[in-house]
Structures are given as C-alpha cells and as structure tokens.
Write a protein that binds this ligand. Sequence first.
Ligand code: GTS
Length: 222
Amino acid sequence: MNAIMTIHDWPIGPYPARVRIAIAEKSLQPRIRFETVHLRKGEHKRPEFLAKNYSGTLPVLELEDGTFIAECTAITEYLDALDGAPTLTGRTPRERGLIHMMNKRAEIELLDPISVYFHHATPGLGPDVELYQNAEWGLRQRDKALRGMRYFDGVLRQQPFVAGDFFSMADIAVIGGLIFAELLKVPVPEEYGALLAWYARVQERPSVRNRVTMSDPAAAMA
Ligand code: GTS
C-alpha cells in the first residue's frame, strides 16, 4: 500500500500551483490529500503552522511519518524521485544542473518579485496579515518581474522549454510566475511572443489546466 501524503495548501495560490502541477505530472493524485491553510486569516503565521514550516509559507508536504518538507523546489524533487524515474528534475547531471539553475532563476527573476509586488504594492493578504508594506519596493519588484519576462522570452526563442528540450520543474516555476502576474493583472507584454506561445502551449497540459480542481476548492474554502 502506498502511503498517503498531505499537502498543506491554498487552492488558488501560485506557489501551491507549482506542486499541484508536479503532482499531476507524476500521476500522484490518489496518494495526496489537501488541507487548506487560510492565508487571508493569517493561519500560516500562527505557531501551530510555523512548527511545520518555520518560513510560514505554503505549500508544505507532510509525509506519513510526520516529516514536513517545505519549499516548492524541495517538494517537487521529493515527489519526482519517489518512483525512481524522474521526469521533472532531470536524469543526467547536466539536466539536473540546468533545471535547478533555471528553476532558481525563475524564482529570483519572476515569481518572487511578483510576489513581493503583491505583498507590498497591493492590499496583499489584507491588513491583518500585511503588517509592513513598502509600496516603492513592491513597484520596483514588479518592474523586475517584467524584465524577467523579457529574459524568459529570449530563452524560449532559442529552445522549446525553459531548461531545454523537455518540460521540467523550471517550466513549472515560470508558470507559477505567470499565474501570479495574471492574478495581479500584470500582463505579459505582447512583444514577448515566444513566452506567450510557450504559455499557451503549456496551459494545454492537463496538469496545468486542472490544477485548481484537483482538490475540491469549494469545499476546502467553506
Ligand atoms: N519559497 C517558498 C516556496 O517556494 O515554497 C515561497 C512560498 C510562498 O511564498 N507561498 C505563498 C505564501 O505562503 C503562497 S501563495 O501566495 O502562492 O498563495 N504566502 C504567504 C505569505 O504571507 O508570504
């Protein structure tokens, strides 16, 4: 019997989306249960949750033996390695190095800046959660994310996927960034045609298309 794992989750969140996509790519849905942590109520900053993830962020993977693994990259690496046949994090040392680099670059140049924009230059998660905001810093980070989009457009002019010839964890990180940007109405500029074409293509993958309905968000948010 395969163990059931828990994802501590926010169903519509862009970071949790990364792990939901990885779960579907690996066909692990039957082994996962989702437990919603209400970000807008600040549940992720309470001591009970901080004991699971010191950083106070979602998602967190809980293994059946009580181990907690936080950070999308770490969770994806764990899930990808489970069946001994990695598809998302690379098989050869070269693939693994390139995917890790591009995944990190997607976080540094696109996803994390757009998240900072959300928390600092928009109402974010609301006044009870956003205890310190710096709008100027947030707006700078939005500009950084737009520069990141230009960079990834250039990458995708050269190759079909973010880290090379196949869909990987690095694509999922850029998808997370574009999901976040879409939610905040920061569109990808029209001239970034390669990025837009890639995004249209990856959105056709069932893992990306069905990520929110993977759990039952209506019930989870009730
Ligand atoms: N580096 C972390 C990771 O990769 O897992 C970042 C995770 C993260 O920022 N998650 C968001 C969060 O917990 C979830 S969401 O914004 O995508 O819904 N944010 C809450 C907060 O207060 O920062």
